[in-house]
Ligand binder design. Sequence first.
Ligand SMILES: *Cc1c(COP(=O)(O)O)cnc(C)c1O
Length: 449
Amino acid sequence: MLIDAAERAARYLDEAADRPVTPGLGAITALDGFDIDLPEGSSTAAETLAVLDALGSPATVRSNGPRYFGFVTGGSLPATGAASVLASAWDQNGALPVMSPTASQLDRVAARWIVEILGLPSSAVASFCGGASVANLTCLVAARDAVLARAGWDVPAHGLIGAPPVTVIAGAELHASMSKAIAIAGLGRDATTLVPTDDQGRMRIEEVPPVEGPTIILMQSGNVNTGASDSFARVEEWREAGAWVHVDGAFGLWAAAAPGRAAQVEGVADADSWATDAHKWLNVPYDAGVAIVADGNDLARSMRTDAAYLVTDPVGSVTQRLPMQLGLQMSQAARGVLVWAALYSLGRSGVADLVERCCSLAERFAVELVAAGAEVPHEVGLNQVLVSFGDDETTDTMIGAIAADGTIWAGGTTWQGRRCLRLSVSGWETTEADVDAAVDAILRIWDRL
Ligand SMILES: *Cc1c(COP(=O)(O)O)cnc(C)c1O
């Protein structure tokens, strides 16, 4: 059965290479075939798989392929895709070491390697989770509880009602998942102090108000539109004044792994916590995010889970690496397995090459499109490229026409008041030829309009 599945998976990847990035209407309509009454009787695994493949495969978006530039979407490296087949046969619960020595060891090693490759302090503790949204929330809760603990207030015990106020400061272009985390953590979207951003979307750090009382400062490495990172020049000063500094670095933090790009995130290691993704730029299959906290005890304080059948010693949570005591979930995929596979297969140089290659391909996009008369309203320093084709209406027409054409896929955005096509180069498979083919398609469509 698994061999049948593997053969179908391999055939899918072969065939998907020759079809448009987005599925045709026929394939999408055929999905109605799934919408039947709950079967009364059983089907064999082979029958089940055959239906899944026949109806499901043709209507997928080739988002793990070389010509998908939408959102910030990584593919899956050959080693990670293959490892996920083995890992699904293992079906290990990563919650506690006692549940799986293999999962536990790979969790430990992958966490150490992530901290190392991102240039973060070696004492920092990384905890795997479902994505950077969850990582932002995890870190923000740890930050909230830590700054209030310093003010003598125990949030896990007493809650937020009656607690001293917490000042949350963020750049005006904070990621949507960060403001969601602020709301969920009970800190209040409207209570957040938004600091103006510059013409690249970076927080104007000189305009951050003085730190007074329990304070959390939310910074960003990798603006979701431009890829620009905030400057971390004042992080030490803010921390000395008692603030907790968190960095949302879902993809931008990976600049640290490429020597030619690392200057963009200089000083980022001085922060208290970081959120990043493995399913974006590291090209690990969904889903894999990483919450990283400089002092693991802060994570253990907030994520503590008590039950008679569990180890609940907070110090042990960190020293023994008990994943369920360092994150929101109890049962969880052994995410360290696939992160390990990505880092083992690429090595330090392979990760550096991947990041560097995506950045130079983004530059290639910008140079070729600007040469053809389009406008790129920001500096291209990372893997993100915004493109305007004139007025907003023309740009929106282009975004729609590019999607309909199917050679590539990329979405639209509004950045600092302007509509733009938003290209992100995050997949391991994308080459110069793919970028050139994408530019040809875009210019052909523009010409036709
Ligand atoms: C993608 C992204 C997130 C959210 O990550 P998910 O993995 O989708 O949850 C947060 N911040 C930034 C800057 C991002 O690009």
